[in-house]
Write a protein that binds this ligand. Structure first.
Ligand code: C5P
Length: 313
């Protein structure tokens, strides 16, 4: 069991702690449906949870009057602006619990990447807090609440493959459309992209016209993402903001070793789908020496539990 109970020597103080894998996600396609009155955008997107993730350790802190967050990456804020702390505040507000927590976060997922790393941390936090307090809230409640602090947290309360609409927080579980052993390579330039900025610079006239339900059916029928189905309406504004990213995508496609190449979320990660071999030019050329490069696999949620990457955890 991942749940450890440590009873202190004097016998009445109980500390619970749990260590969990905090996954990230990719978008197999992402259509922007409309710009909304509230400044957000309605999306239609096929999300899939992946095995690139962070390590998180949670413990209850029964006598504390605030949460503490310790992160391996000092550039990440550990105050109330961090989604982990927002998730704990949300959890207490919704459940009327008063417990505070200590959280350790060992970061591996890059930020500004379109991988939902921070969102995965928030989802993992909601799951962990609920687990440590005896699971008073249902999965459905955690899913619903999570939409209040971010658009792409809810997807982590799916089974791992989900068709998401609304701001992204309306989650419909789908059968995994692609075999889970399908290899892929994630490639991200050192510069990340800001999600609000990418949405702001989206030119609605330059979107795809593909029907998202057709994209979903095509991917499921092909058991994979072909270049024609790999639609992401946020690529155009991302490439406008970062022209090197368009060039990188082209080079990765031209390498000829992948079934399809597409950006995830608001970038700047490019997903190379169908193989996880690193193309020679990435190793050879000086301009690519600082790229984040990682193989990844699609994962689903463990029945009744949380996510774990196959083999490694
Ligand atoms: O909901 P979240 O905090 O993840 O969104 C960050 C920003 O991205 C929002 O403030 C908004 O500018 C933009 N966004 C959007 N439409 C969405 C999701 C996010 O415009 N569906």
């Amino acid at each position: 069991s991942r749940l450890r109970t440590n009873v202190a020597a004097h016998g009445f103080s109980t500390t619970n702690s749990v260590k969990l894998f905090s996954p990230s996600k990719i978008n197999l396609f992402l259509r922007v449906v409309r710009r909304r009155e509230d400044g957000y955008h309605d999306l239609a997107s096929l999300f899939h949870v992946i095995d690139l993730g962070d390590e998180m350790e949670f413990s209850t802190s029964p006598h504390a009057t605030s949460d503490t967050l310790t992160c391996s990456d000092p550039s990440i804020p550990s105050d109330g602006s961090n989604l982990v702390i927002k998730a704990l505040n949300l959890y207490r507000r919704k459940t009327l619990q008063s417990m505070y927590f200590n959280v350790r976060l060992n970061k591996r997922v890059p930020h500004g990447a379109g991988l939902g790393g921070g969102s995965g941390n928030a989802a993992t936090t909601l799951f962990a807090a609920n687990m440590l307090l005896g699971s008073p809230a249902s999965n459905e409640e955690l899913l619903e609440w999570s939409g209040e602090i971010g658009s792409d947290i809810s997807v982590f309360f799916s089974n791992g493959a989900a068709y998401c609409t609304g701001r992204g927080e309306v989650v419909e579980d789908v059968a995994p459309p692609v075999p889970l052993d399908m290899p892929m390579l994630l490639v991200k330039p050192p510069v990340g992209l800001s999600t609000p900025r990418i949405f702001k610079s989206l030119d609605l006239g330059r979107r795809s016209t593909a029907d998202p339900r057709v994209l979903l059916a095509d991917i499921a029928a092909a058991r994979g993402v072909d270049q024609g189905s790999a639609v992401n309406d946020l690529e155009q504004p991302a490439f406008d903001n970062l022209p090197e990213l368009a060039a990188l995508k082209q080079r990765l496609q031209a390498a000829g070793c992948f079934r399809s190449v597409f950006m995830t979320g608001s970038g700047s990660t490019i997903v190379c789908f169908g193989a996880d071999t690193v193309p020679d030019f990435l190793r050879r050329e000086e301009q690519y020496k600082d790229l984040f490069i990682s193989p990844a696999r699609l994962i689903t949620r463990q029945p009744g539990g949380w996510y774990a990457p196959s083999g490694l955890w």
